[in-house]
Design a protein around this ligand. Structure first.
Ligand code: THU
Length: 136
């Protein structure tokens, strides 16, 4: 269970960092915030590139921030975009979030407050996982 007041803070932070998105090609700004078990919040936004395929999504930017702080004990990921219905993480981001934790809750929100919550098992059932690899 995610602490609802911490979640509210994460939603605020994802909303703020969304404004830092570098999205001159799609003009689609996305903000993400990861909530760690110790209450730390890590933010990320999408960062596009003239070589379009090099675009980094908001969720993966947030995972990079948490990893750089040596904190991958993540319990929740908030994703915010300005859409009529909440967006869910793309396939690549689902794979990267799954590597962090299959137990995190993913909270998808619109700017106007529409919200949908998912488990990682709902977003990436039968995924390829670290446990799928043979022992080294
Ligand atoms: N994007 C994200 O940052 N996260 C998502 O969950 C979906 C898509 C970004 C990538 C690209 O910069 C823009 O949104 C349009 O696809």
């Amino acid at each position: 269970m995610i602490d609802e007041s911490l979640l509210r803070t994460a939603i605020e932070q994802a909303t703020l960092v969304r404004r830092h998105a570098y999205a001159p090609y799609s003009n689609f700004l996305v903000g993400a915030a990861l909530v760690a078990a110790d209450g730390t919040i890590y933010r990320g936004c999408n960062v596009e590139n003239a070589s379009y395929g090099l675009t980094q999504c908001a969720e993966r930017s947030a995972v990079t921030a948490a990893t750089a702080d040596a904190n991958r004990a993540i319990v929740c990921c908030v994703v915010i975009a300005d859409t009529p219905e909440p967006i869910t993480p793309c396939g690549a981001c689902r794979q990267v979030l799954a590597e962090v934790s299959m137990d995190m809750v993913v909270v998808c929100r619109t700017l106007s407050g529409q919200e949908q919550r998912f488990t990682m098992h709902e977003l990436l059932p039968s995924g390829f996982a670290p446990s799928s690899l043979p022992p080294s």
